[in-house]
Design a protein. Structure first.
Length: 384
């Protein structure tokens, strides 16, 4: 009897069928935020950070500043709100070489129903041609650390020959509406083009941690790295690679990048939801979401050790019309891409960009995902 060797894609497809976790797309799979007639966001809206704020005296001040005092009495916010900072681009940006990216702000119920969408961007490209974000503030991830919100975003400026085209930049806020730009993150992480950066929610052994993704001409070298620092705004020292990309039989190239803010599991372990990209050429691409558990139990300021306990590949694939197709001329289809997740109830909510054009929402049962990751670890251990 002839044995037929299964391809990687076939194995991943079989693993998806056996999983306990189910992706539940919200709003019937339709966008929760899309382009509108405001000039700065009439092209695309995608790749949003996401934070859940429960009701508390401290958070109520922030929520009131975002939606107004009168809406604090609205039953839709009785259990808190989800705050989305999303990337938006105009269809035409007269006077600029590229259509720049802005950061908009929307406040939603925890189940991702819109309450209020701010009419103006809260973060905009710089007016100074020398600044790293002159032509765009892109793909924000927002982490609350010690009562301060830190936005890590990709600054885009290919016109300044003294810096890389894309750099990891920081901003901070105490109210999620007014932001102070801090410029490029200090340290060696910006010695080359760098993006897909995100801060961990707490320090480990006195060190703050950041995932980042150096971008080189060699697409196969785009893997998740991590860096550490004495403070969120301090000098970020690159500590090396953590995780590389899984391959796909239908594509020649594969790469990887960090997604949303890591979710603390205790014992210095973190749930990571990240993206993997594949391509044959500029237009023929696939982006999907994956999950992993990173373990920092052996990490110290001297050893910098981190391990990947397990991974679940192809956690979420493009399936719906808005995820597969890209109606905007600069967009790329066949994409799900997340910069924001949060926990609410028994679920992890995933806010993601679909088809590089819309913002959508989904949720998964947290325990089911952890069970699938535990199964993946048992399988991986059995193969050692």
């Amino acid at each position: 009897m002839q044995t037929i060797e299964k391809t990687t894609s076939q194995l991943f497809a079989e693993q998806r069928k056996q999983r306990r976790v189910i992706i539940e797309r919200l709003n019937d799979g339709e966008p929760i935020i899309g382009p509108n007639d405001r000039w700065w966001e009439d092209g695309v809206t995608f790749n949003s950070a996401a934070l859940y704020l429960n009701r508390s005296p401290e958070n109520d001040k922030i929520i009131a500043g975002l939606i107004g005092e009168e809406l604090l009495l609205d039953e839709r916010v009785a259990d808190g709100v989800a705050v989305l900072h999303y990337r938006a681009r105009p269809r035409k940006d007269t006077g600029y070489q590229f259509n720049r990216s802005f950061i908009g702000l929307a406040v939603m119920t925890p189940n991702l129903e819109l309450i209020y969408r701010h009419p103006e961007p809260v973060l905009s490209p710089s007016d100074n041609m020398e600044d790293p974000d002159y032509l765009g503030v892109e793909d924000p991830r927002i982490t609350q650390i010690d009562g301060v919100f830190y936005a890590v975003y990709c600054g885009f400026n290919p016109l300044n020959e003294n810096i890389p085209d894309v750099t990891t930049c920081l901003a901070r806020s105490t109210d999620l509406r007014n932001w102070e730009k801090l410029g490029m993150a200090h340290g060696d992480i910006n010695h080359v083009a760098n993006k897909d950066a995100v801060l961990f929610p707490d320090a480990v052994e006195g060190q703050y941690l950041m995932l980042h993704r150096p971008s080189t001409l060699d697409i196969q070298r785009k893997v998740i790295y991590f860096a550490s620092s004495d403070s969120p705004t301090g000098y970020w020292q690159d500590r090396g690679k953590i995780l590389g990309a899984s391959t796909n039989d239908s594509y020649a190239n594969s790469w990887i990048g960090a997604g949303s803010v890591p979710i603390a599991l205790g014992d210095k372990r973190y749930l990571i939801i990240y993206h993997t990209g594949h391509s044959n050429d500029l237009r023929d691409r696939l982006y999907h979401l994956d999950a992993a558990i990173f373990n920092f139990q052996d990490f110290s300021p001297r050893s910098h050790k981190v391990s990947v306990e397990c991974t679940v590949n192809e956690l979420m694939m493009p399936e719906t019309d808005v995820e597969i197709h890209a109606p905007y001329e600069d967009s790329v289809g066949n994409v799900v891409f997340s910069c924001g997740t949060y926990e609410y109830g028994d679920y992890i909510y995933i806010v993601y960009g679909g088809g590089d054009t819309y913002i959508l929402g989904a949720r998964i049962l947290k325990q089911a995902l952890l069970d699938d990751l535990a199964d993946a670890k048992i399988l991986a251990d059995s193969l050692l």
